[in-house]
Ligand binder design. Structure first.
Ligand SMILES: NC(=O)c1ccc[n+]([C@@H]2O[C@H](COP(=O)([O-])OP(=O)(O)OC[C@H]3O[C@@H](n4cnc5c(N)ncnc54)[C@H](OP(=O)(O)O)[C@@H]3O)[C@@H](O)[C@H]2O)c1
Length: 438
């Protein structure tokens, strides 16, 4: 048997202690699969005295500083489980790569912001940089895209990649509760942070799609090019309306190759009821993609939690233990193409529109004419049909008008809704939610 592979683990929180669990529980299995033992030599966290899920740290060398662990001669792999797109996580990873140590990380924020540069640093130092756990926790999508689907031109990757949002939207739907109420429960249950803005605002899902876009399309990572909308404005009425129209609302992260470039977007999305992605409920994640030869794939599983995430971390470690080395993104980082952003105004798709209209003569005719002027055709309308209903009768009451459009260009939909909102037919701003077809 070869010499043991020596790990330095920085960060002993949810994922770090999950990793210690798998090393302890499945040590013999890992040695057999790797052809060598995998041992921890050094660890680092903020507070040495903290209890670590029943694990004794006595046999490991303790480091107060992650950078010192990263540079230590007695590790082969630096496992970064601290988190954050900069600060000690980034600094220590750079130190490890410069010291020719392999790096395994679960840190999507760091990879989303610095992935291309770190990949170049790893490859120029002849070491691996692996981040299977950074996208959708326990779902092994990185290896699938980088290895199993090599030889496919990928046209779209997408997923439900934030369990907090999916839990909130599922509970709103099933329990008929509003957003704030369910968010409070999610916080009590530990599914949402005290400051939930990263999750509900779509940033966390955007980090993941940024990483996936580079893998799927062979382009440099470009987090700042992602169009991001969170779920904060989704109401119970939207969810009920969508259900009546045959859809569920999910927070989707999507990257699509278009003629104008790559569209990267995170936003609440209507997905057809009965489609596999619509069935992904609660804290579960799913990641799907379309390739020219494989056609469609959807993987479903736990996107977070200490053990599922550690499962992905350990798979990267086993790869390194086996001596398998490959470019971080499947092709050398110096060959990644510059990212070309497809503007959202050019996005083509269907839309759910909800607005409150004043119940007075001419309103429906005006709405119909405005959509027609922008070449937008209506697929279905909920509650009131412009052709037949009582909305033309004069009174000052507000009537909800809910519709689904056929596919159109986003610039056209925005132009129509701006025009409508600038008249006295509509109270407040119309709401628009994109539809994803499968
Ligand atoms: N949790 C999940 O389900 C999950 C899923 C996928 C990916 N991830 C990613 O995995 C990483 C770790 O997440 P987590 O949930 O395990 O975080 P966590 O529970 O908050 O643990 C973070 C760990 O980092 C340590 N730490 C913080 N600042 C440090 C510093 N300056 N120097 C050294 N250690 C420091 C903390 O030390 P103390 O314990 O002493 O405070 C703690 O042990 C993040 O990048 C996260 O995005 C997490």
């Amino acid at each position: 048997m070869q010499t043991p592979l020596r790990l330095g683990i920085a960060g002993l929180g949810t994922v770090g202690t999950g990793l210690l669990d798998v090393l302890k529980q499945n040590g013999a299995l890992l040695s057999g699969q790797s052809g060598r033992d995998i041992v921890v030599t050094g660890v680092c966290a903020r507070t040495k005295s903290t209890e670590r899920g029943g694990h004794s740290l006595a046999e490991y060398r303790w480091f107060d500083d992650a950078g010192d662990l990263a540079a230590w001669d007695e590790i082969d792999v630096f496992v970064e489980l601290i988190g954050g797109d900069s600060g000690p996580a980034l600094d220590s990873v750079e130190t490890a790569l410069r010291s020719a140590k392999h790096v395994v990380t679960a840190n999507k924020a760091m990879i989303a912001h610095h992935g291309t540069r770190l990949a170049k640093l790893a490859e120029s130092n002849g070491v691996s940089l692996q981040f299977e756990a950074a996208i959708a926790g326990g779902i092994p999508i990185v290896k699938v895209v980088r290895e199993s689907l090599a030889g496919n031109n990928i046209t779209r990757v997408y997923g439900i990649m934030n369990g907090t949002c999916n839990y909130i939207l599922t509970e709103m739907d099933k329990e008929r509760r509003d957003f704030a109420d369910v968010l409070a429960t999610a916080q009590e249950l530990g599914y949402a942070e005290t400051d939930p803005s990263f999750d509900v605002g779509g940033i966390d899902a955007a980090h993941k799609i940024a990483c996936l876009t580079s893998l799927a399309f062979g382009v440099e990572t470009s987090f700042e090019s992602i169009f991001i909308e969170g779920i904060e404005d989704i109401t119970l009425s939207d969810i009920q309306n969508a259900a009546e129209l045959g859809y569920k609302i999910k927070l989707m992260a999507v990257a699509v190759q278009t003629d104008e470039g790559i569209e990267q977007r995170v936003h609440p999305t209507l997905v057809p009821k009965g489609s596999p992605i619509a069935e992904v409920d609660g804290v579960f994640n799913a990641v799907g993609l379309s390739g020219d030869f494989v056609h469609d794939i959807l993987m479903h599983g736990k996107g977070a939690g200490g053990h599922p995430t550690a499962s992905s971390v350990i798979s990267d470690i086993v790869d390194i233990a086996r001596g398998s080395k490959m470019p971080v993104y499947g092709l050398p980082a110096t060959q990644l193409k510059p990212y070309t952003r497809a503007p959202m105004r050019a996005h083509e798709g269907g839309y759910y529109v909800a607005m409150d209209l004043y119940d007075k003569p001419g309103t429906v005719a005006f709405i119909a004419q405005t959509f027609s002027d922008e070449n937008i055709s209506i697929e279905s309308i909920l509650q009131r049909s412009p052709a037949t209903n009582a909305i033309e009768e004069a009174n000052d009451e507000l009537k909800p008008f809910i519709m689904i459009s056929h596919d159109t260009m986003e610039s056209r939909m925005r132009a129509a809704l701006t025009k409508i909102s600038e008249t006295d037919h509509c109270a407040g701003q119309p709401k628009m939610i994109r539809i994803e077809r499968f």
